[in-house]
Ligand binder design. Structure first.
Ligand code: ASP
Length: 584
């Protein structure tokens, strides 16, 4: 037997017991005739004591132990005279009588402690060592718990977990596919699934009724801050449901996870249409931990000779509570913020509502205090508040104002990681028009059904058609999204044609789906949650990387195993692939 106990469980109640522990040497220090060693495993840290007087030879061996050596010790649990309140085992120590070195170790490239000296790159290269650190491991434990509780909840609701294939056919809609050459079918390629979308819909045609899968998905996108080329979804589909059924069931899942894992009782989730979300927050994933909703003041600004406002389609304001005392420098910082190329505003206009009731603005030349007062009133501003105003084309300006709102929210400390505000955003537009390519794209995906009452608009005004699609948003992050699907092969055909597919292209790529729809497809719909994001919100992490055991870096590389990498000429020959000159 390697151990009787783990390194995190012994307490005063175990006093005088003889125990065997196994683990890694975290730290050792010599103190007079004694050697103290912290032994660590997944469960915690326990202090070992070697006493020169009792056993000089044992002490010599202990002195030779290096950091991260794997050892086994036998000893007696004793009360510590110098207790450590910071760790659960801090009241006891083990008086060691036997020591076995199970495996010596090279000195690790960084210290494996909470405050590590290892930089990001080094820790990623030696990720297996980084995973020994308690905080990183805690993220993995949380992830396990969330996946486990998800399975429990869904299984209790009659969902079946079904595995769908990883080698599938490529479909050009959506993000770029990762493709895999087929040796047995030369010149042909599989694709890795961007999601099991088609398979889960086919499972509904098969009568599975309720499906889920915790599943890897792959998207070959240019990496942005919080994206990984492979990520995990909690993917779900249900038959004979309307949008309301899905919202209820998955609001239930979210509440269940918050309750069982964080002990938090969430109130019912507010619901916001896409149009309202854009109007009030300039975002389809608003952070509702704080208010600061937009107010439109275009009508109040007209006719005073201020061309910038007069020529703008939209003039919108947010009220920064208590910020009238902002210095020139602070306002300049916000102005620089909105003028950054990523945000792209031309400038920022402000109205200060000073605590003494006086009103000053950056547009005093055009507007008298009485004019400004009307703006303040509409924004429900109180003395001491600061009104921040952007103007321009409607959608663009709303997006800029949304960024400003988040920035001001952050500066005011309104985005507390321990507060969780969930909401549903629904009634998304079905289609999105690409000005450059002059064609429509599916906002969600081509299988999303239009709202029945909007179907007549499909020909006349496709851009105005709303979808039976919904997103779940937590603290400004889109954690999941889904839709009620089209289940009629004619409507599906029509959708493909609106998206610019010829009949032949649609048939070649999705023929099997449209044909399946002719064999008794039930009404159905579903949703997928991004597990990585969900876990990172629970853990209060800034990046999803920290809750993935072996993540890729920002250039999509696994720096530990150095992937992607070139393959041998034999492998290329077997696949009949020729590598072209590298593009720079
Ligand atoms: N397959 C969709 C996605 O990955 C989710 C869904 O519609 O269920 O976003």
């Amino acid at each position: 037997m390697y151990r009787t106990n783990n390194c995190g469980e012994l307490r005063l109640a175990n006093m005088n017991q003889e125990v065997v522990l196994a683990g890694w040497v975290q730290k050792s220090r010599k103190f007079g005739g004694m050697i103290f060693i912290d032994i660590r495993d997944r469960y915690g840290i326990t202090q070992l004591v070697f006493n020169q007087e009792n056993n000089a030879q044992l002490c010599d061996s202990a002195e030779k132990l290096g950091r991260e050596w794997v050892i086994q010790v036998k000893g007696i649990v004793a009360e510590r005279s110098n207790k450590n309140a910071n760790i659960p085992t801090g009241d006891i120590e083990i008086i060691v009588s036997e020591l076995t070195v199970l495996n010596p170790a090279k000195t690790p490239p960084f210290t494996i402690e909470e405050d590590t000296d290892g930089g990001d790159d080094l820790r990623m290269k030696y990720r297996y060592l980084d995973l020994r650190r308690a905080s990183v491991r805690a993220n993995m434990e949380l992830r396990h718990k969330m996946a486990f509780a998800t399975r429990q909840y869904l299984s209790e609701q009659q969902f079946l977990e079904v595995e769908t294939p990883v080698l599938i056919g490529s479909t050009p809609e959506g993000a770029r596919d990762f493709i895999v050459p087929s040796r047995m079918n030369q010149g042909e390629f599989y694709a890795l699934p961007q999601s099991p979308q088609l398979f889960k819909q086919l499972l509904m045609v098969s009568g599975f009724d309720r499906y889920f899968q915790i599943v890897k998905c792959f998207r070959d996108e240019d990496l942005r801050a919080d994206r990984q080329p492979e990520f995990t979804q909690i993917d779900c589909e249900m038959s004979f449901v309307e949008q309301e059924d899905i919202l209820q069931l998955f609001e239930g899942l979210t509440k269940f996870l918050f309750k069982t894992i964080k002990g938090i009782d969430l109130p019912n989730f507010p619901r916001l249409t896409y149009a309202d979300a854009m109007r009030l927050y300039g975002s389809d994933k608003p952070d509702t931990r704080f208010g600061m909703q937009f107010v439109e003041i275009k009508d109040l600004t007209a006719g005073k000779g201020f061309g910038v406002f007069d020529n703008a389609a939209y003039v919108g304001a947010i009220c920064a509570t208590g910020c009238a005392a902002y210095t020139r420098k602070q306002i300049d910082e916000l102005t620089d913020f909105v003028k950054r190329p990523q945000i792209g505003a031309n400038g920022l206009i402000y109205v200060r509502y000073d605590a003494d009731g006086s009103i000053k603005s950056s547009v005093d030349k055009f507007y008298a205090p009485d004019d400004l007062k009307k703006w303040l009133e509409r924004a429900d501003a109180k003395p001491g508040d600061l009104l921040l105003i952007l103007c321009g084309k409607t959608e663009k300006t709303q997006k800029q104002l949304s960024e400003l709102r988040l920035e001001v929210g952050t500066r005011l400390g309104l985005r507390n990681k321990d507060q969780f505000n969930c909401l549903w955003v629904f009634d998304f537009p079905l289609l999105e028009y690409d000005e450059e390519l002059k064609r429509y794209f599916a906002k969600h995906h081509p299988f999303t059904s239009p709202k029945p009452e909007d179907i007549p608009l499909l020909d006349a005004d496709p851009g105005a058609v709303r979808a039976n699609a919904y997103d779940i948003v937590i603290n400004g992050i889109e954690v999941g999204g889904g839709s009620i699907r089209i289940y009629n092969s004619d409507l599906q055909k029509k959708m493909f044609s609106i998206l610019g597919f010829t009949d032949e292209q649609a048939q070649a790529q999705f023929g099997f789906l449209m044909s399946a729809f002719q064999y008794g497809a039930p009404p159905h719909g579903g949703i997928a949650f991004g597990l990585d994001r969900f876990v990172s919100i629970f853990a209060g992490l800034d990046s999803i990387r920290d809750c993935i055991a072996f993540p890729k870096n920002n250039s999509g590389r696994d720096v530990m195993m150095d992937a992607p990498s070139s393959v041998t000429q034999e492998q290329l020959d077997e696949l009949r692939l020729i590598i072209a000159e590298k593009t720079q």
